[in-house]
Design a protein around this ligand. Structure first.
Ligand code: ASP
Ligand code: MG
Length: 467
């Protein structure tokens, strides 16, 4: 059994839906469970309805709801020919949206939008998209059934950002999902939505469908979890900077987590963690190119023979963050004393500024942070205990790879590539998964390009690969 997750853009219109149905059809023999997001920008539109209601703009809220419902109906008419499946789907969509209209009237009447009501309304995007996708599948003889996610995903009652309970979800899946799979039907589950122990609808926070898929993968002990995105997988660099960037074949969860926090925004590590913990391999695939390999994320580094094409690369991917600030904290009071670092970091804690990279020497601590409004306050407070300088025009370029510490000579290649670029800070974490350099904001692109060229387009002895 595999889990296949399709995001909002992969079901945003007729052409996209058609592609998705083709992909599901090609995977039927693997007993897929399909998880789907709301179509296109539906969740944004539902959010808008709620914001309008909050401001008392009830007529506009009603009109927006009406458009959303008619857009769904019109796509249904385009994907399905006249007949029983279409009329059933239109009835289902109408009943979903008329339940939503009732909720909207309730909120308009009360003049109040509680987090609980918010979730009730937000859930309609996924409830509608799963009904549409299941009906479309049935129309081409794929035996799909829309399954209500509130029956499967047990969460706490923190509305608009609920946390799933893996053990409770596993029990519900055994009860409501496994029997569907056992009779060879293909469940289509709306992502993002769950319910608390009393059955009240919750949502998992924006982008939460990825988490739904991962929780289900763990609960069902899936043999694979596939995220179908509109990208080729996780690339070895940002293609906007390096046009010849290629998908990384395999990446470990630690590397993927580092990449996500260091700038690359493909999958949130917290979303995929439940699947990784359950040892389910996670694949990122491109729904525009279903036959391409994509990227596989595994819990641990695989032995060398599993890297047939590119044997054990030291660096899996290069990422970057622009517009960061570097803060240099200098004090001779650090010399031979203890407690100075505590005082420095208390200031960061008080101002709720999270530190990304740190380098220290005997009398100096340098950190980087995302640019924040609190920089001036930070400078002022730190100035009470040290001499402080702030450069708020830097970028951080990071090389991520589990094998960095085990690859002799790689540091030399990295610094050779950076020749001519002023590097103001280097961090190479104890975890050994990333090596980051701070450069001027204007040098970020050049640094990424040069590093990519050295590490991915050139063989170790300096010859340029023919790519
Ligand atoms: N539809 C929700 C959102 O747009 C959840 C998701 O797409 O993952 O945030
Ligand atoms: Mg979405």
């Amino acid at each position: 059994m595999i889990i296949m997750k399709f995001g909002g853009s992969s079901v945003k219109d007729v052409a996209a839906l058609e592609r998705v149905v083709g992909i599901i059809g090609s995977r039927c023999h693997e007993d897929p469970v399909v998880v789907v997001s709301a179509m296109g920008d539906s969740t944004d539109r539902l959010t808008k309805i709620l914001d309008l209601l909050e401001r008392g703009q009830n007529a506009q809220a009603r009109a927006t709801a009406k458009r959303l419902s008619s857009d769904h109906a019109s796509i249904a008419r385009k994907i399905l020919p006249e007949g029983e499946i279409l009329s059933e789907l239109l009835k289902t969509i109408q009943s979903h949206f008329s339940r939503m209209d009732n909720l909207i009237e309730g909120m308009a009447c009360l003049g109040e939008v509680s987090p609980r009501s918010r979730d009730a309304v937000l859930s309609f995007g996924e409830i509608a998209s799963s009904s549409m996708l299941a009906a479309y599948c049935r129309s081409v003889n794929i035996p799909a059934e829309a399954i209500d996610p509130t029956k499967l995903i047990l969460t706490d009652a923190r509305f608009t950002g609920a946390t799933p309970d893996p053990a409770g979800t596993k029990k519900r899946c055994a009860q409501f999902l496994s029997p569907v799979v056992a009779r060879m039907a293909i469940p289509v589950v709306g992502g993002f939505v769950g319910a608390d122990e009393h059955g009240v609808t919750t949502t998992l926070g924006r982008g939460g469908s990825d988490l739904t898929a991962s929780i289900l993968a763990g609960a069902m002990n899936a043999s694979a979890l596939e995220y179908w995105k509109d990208v080729d997988g996780i690339l070895d660099a940002d293609p906007r900077i390096v046009p010849q960037a290629k998908p990384v074949q395999r990446i470990t969860f630690r590397e993927a987590a580092e990449l996500a926090t260091l700038g690359a925004k493909i999958l949130h590590p917290a979303s995929i963690q439940p699947a990784v913990l359950a040892n389910v391999p996670v694949r990122v695939l491109n729904f525009n190119e279903p036959l391409a390999n994509g990227t596989t994320i595994t819990s641990a580094a695989e032995p060398d023979h599993d890297f047939p094409d590119r044997s054990s690369p030291a660096v899996s991917s290069i990422t970057y963050k622009r517009s960061q600030a570097m803060i240099n904290i200098y004090s001779t009071r650090m010399l031979g004393t203890s407690g100075f670092l505590r005082r420095v970091f208390e200031v960061f804690d008080r101002l709720k500024i999270s530190v990304d990279h740190i380098a220290t020497s005997e009398v100096n601590v340098t950190v980087t942070v995302g640019r924040t409004d609190a920089l001036e306050a930070l400078r002022r407070e730190l100035a009470e205990i040290a001499t402080v300088s702030v450069d708020d025009n830097v970028g951080v370029v990071s090389l991520v790879g589990e094998r960095l510490p085990a690859t002799p000579g790689v540091a030399a290649r990295i610094f050779r590539a950076l020749t001519g670029i002023n590097v103001s800070l280097i961090t190479y974490g104890g975890s050994g998964v990333n090596l980051s350099v701070v450069v001027g904001n204007d040098n970020v692109d050049t640094a990424v390009r040069k590093l990519h060229k050295e590490l991915f387009e050139t063989s170790e002895d300096g010859d340029h690969d023919d790519v």
